[in-house]
Design a protein around this ligand. Structure first.
Ligand SMILES: CC(C)(COP(=O)(O)OP(=O)(O)OC[C@H]1O[C@@H](n2cnc3c(N)ncnc32)[C@H](O)[C@@H]1OP(=O)(O)O)[C@@H](O)C(=O)NCCC(=O)NCCS
Length: 342
């Protein structure tokens, strides 16, 4: 654990999920894909996911702003008190500017600067680490760390292997400077990257490598999500298990000390395999992949809020976050839960 000048904690969190629910039947009944409920449930654990209504102006930015607005409101502060808005996403509203800028405007955080972080499924953890460091160095006091995705806007719905996996949603957290007497604390964050694994999970198009209209060897069109599912599955289990063990070891803790584990919600089989490797009971694991699928950067913050709503985490509990995603990226976070307002 690194000693910092100023302690930081998550003092509020809130979610915003689009209202539109897409059950598994959406893919075979409405889109006519060759798939079925049994295949999707047994391979992924997903039963349904949410999707933004683009035609009604719902976007990654609008759901992020709604989550942020609720987060601030729950904490009972003025948006003008916010120093910075950091948004983790790979499905933002525009190529540029950062979607965080749009959020800053919508919520009226006039005194905040804003930027995005592209860390795919690990994006929220990178955002949390950045926000925590900004607060811990003593320069900033209130930073919004958001994870949000409109994955439905970037998926190819002719492609059954990837389209069924993902969902849309936004989770916002407030990272604040807190006094030593405060019950909450961001205790430790560990992150890793192996860029040589970028080839296993990526999106073509939208960047300088694949110009609009240019063909890519793997695909006839640009802008598609590609994934080597088996490799990603194997590495996700390996990296998430390892990083949890490392986090526990370097903080001299065991799993018995942890009140709640919040893993990235990629796939129930990945979560099951990690639990089996670590011999951890699923009772202390937050699992929402059945209702919301993989919301990429949004899974960690939204799962924390859902766990709070279900009374699964109490003030003073140790909460362990663990994630893995494109990059390849992975990481873990250790929090002393401050008891987010309901
Ligand atoms: C994607 C994933 C669910 C696929 O499961 P899998 O058991 O590896 O399945 P495979 O890719 O080997 O495909 C098995 C068969 O099912 C088929 N299939 C793929 N998607 C299907 C679908 N939606 N419905 C029905 N069949 C499908 C494949 O075409 C393949 O058919 P074939 O054997 O005739 O070629 C799995 O690899 C996985 O979970 N990977 C990790 C994904 C993930 O979480 N990524 C995000 C990480 S942050």
């Amino acid at each position: 654990m690194i000693q910092s000048i100023q302690a930081a904690a998550i003092t509020s969190c809130a979610n915003s999920f689009p209202e539109e629910i897409r059950p598994n039947s959406y893919f075979y009944e409405q889109l006519g894909l060759e798939t079925n409920d049994e295949w999707i449930r047994s391979r992924t654990g997903v039963q349904e996911r949410r999707a933004v209504r683009a035609e009604q102006g719902e976007t990654c930015g609008t759901i992020s702003a709604e989550a942020a607005r609720r987060c601030i409101e729950l904490r009972g502060i003025d948006p003008e008190e916010i120093d910075a808005v950091i948004l983790a996403t790979i499905s933002g509203d525009l190529g540029f500017p950062a979607t965080a800028c749009l959020v800053q405007d919508i919520i009226g955080a006039k005194n905040a600067f804003a930027f995005d972080i592209s860390g795919a499924c690990t994006g929220y953890l990178y955002t949390l680490a950045t926000a925590a460091a900004m607060v811990e160095c003593g320069r900033f006091r209130k930073v919004l760390a958001i994870g949000a995705e409109a994955m439905s806007a970037i998926l190819d719905y002719n492609e059954r292997t990837t389209s069924i996996l993902f969902g849309d949603g936004a989770g916002a957290t407030l990272i604040e400077a807190v006094p030593d007497s405060h019950p909450g604390r961001i205790l430790d964050i560990q992150m890793g990257t192996d860029g040589s694994g970028a080839k296993h999970l990526y999106r073509t198009g939208g960047g300088s490598l694949h110009l609009p209209g240019a063909d890519h060897p793997d695909f006839p069109k640009t802008a598609k999500v590609y994934q080597n599912g088996r490799v990603v599955y194997r590495l996700a289990v390996q990296r998430m298990s390892q990083v949890i063990e490392q986090m526990l070891e370097r903080n001299r803790l065991t799993l018995d000390d942890i009140g709640l584990i919040v893993p990235h919600q990629a796939n129930i089989r990945i979560i099951d395999a990690v639990c089996e490797r670590l011999s951890v009971s699923k009772e202390k694991v937050a699992i929402y992949v059945d209702r919301f699928a993989n919301t990429t950067a949004a899974t960690l913050p939204t799962s924390m809020r859902l766990a709070v709503d279900e009374g699964r985490v109490a003030e003073g509990d140790l909460v362990l976050l663990a994630t893995f995603g494109a990059g390849l990226t992975w990481g873990a976070g250790l929090l002393r839960w401050a008891g987010a307002p309901k």
